[in-house]
Design a protein around this ligand. Sequence first.
Ligand code: ASP
Length: 318
Amino acid sequence: MKSPIALAIHGGAGVLKPGRLSEREENDIHAWLHRAIATGHRILEAGGNCLDAVEACVVELELCPWFNAGLGAVFTQAGEHELDAAIMRGSDRNAGAIAGARHVRHPICGARQVMEHSDHVMLGGRGADDFLASRGMTPVDNDYFDTPLRRQQWEEHRHSNGAMALEPTHAEGHKFGTVGAVALDSHGHVAAATSTGGITNKRYGRIGDTPLIGAGTWADDRSAAISATGHGEYFIRTAVAHDIAARMQYGGADLATACDDVVHGELKAIGGDGGVIAVAPDGDTRLVFNTPGMYRAWRDENGVLHTAIYADDDRRYL
Ligand code: ASP
């Protein structure tokens, strides 16, 4: 029997309140979100697999300069970009990740290469870049990821308090975040993918939750596929993605309860801001955040695609 399909994506959670973005900027972001989810949706509707769908969505989002992943990744203290990404397949819990890579145009494709063509789950720094070059992924200069907006944000942070800043959770203004996708395919399998530049003005070498399997990214056909966004240090300390799955698998929780209890409970209790997107093998799809907004898009049970920025937002694509 054919399974239902499900798909959700995010472009970061944070202080996103109406009025902060111009109408043109909002429309542009909705259009990018729609393009990304429509790409993954076509794959799933054609009977394609969930891993291809989440990778394709994230590739689109990595091309969007609004989001902090691929082109438009934030700057480190050293004035460069270090990219983290992970991908995981729920059927066998195979996973791949890169951390602190500097020269891979599409970090999510790099993570998939690690999963499918190395003996390892995660490669970091130069080892990741060298491996990906050896796999035929043409390296890009690190300044490929620069955008004027990110440079301006970095200059502001550097000259104000020197602290690192989450995009966009703790930041005022037009700051944008990590990207991710979760999917259920018609074969009944789930997958998750997440990609980020991390946090503005982070120490070089800092690694967040995104590439850590079980923190920012997790997929298991017995529970759910989850991709997170938010202040990574807190997501690591609460193993957010795996905690949601474990509540379902061992505690019998449904997806909505598990996501709510982790994002509004465990995570919030230690001061963690952010959110998750998640799909379960029965098609249940959740987008849960404890911040004012989250860039997001999803497919509803009738096959209609939606995009949203703010808490009560909902644009439908018929
Ligand atoms: N979770 C990411 C990190 O801490 C940041 C984000 O989601 O915007 O690296």
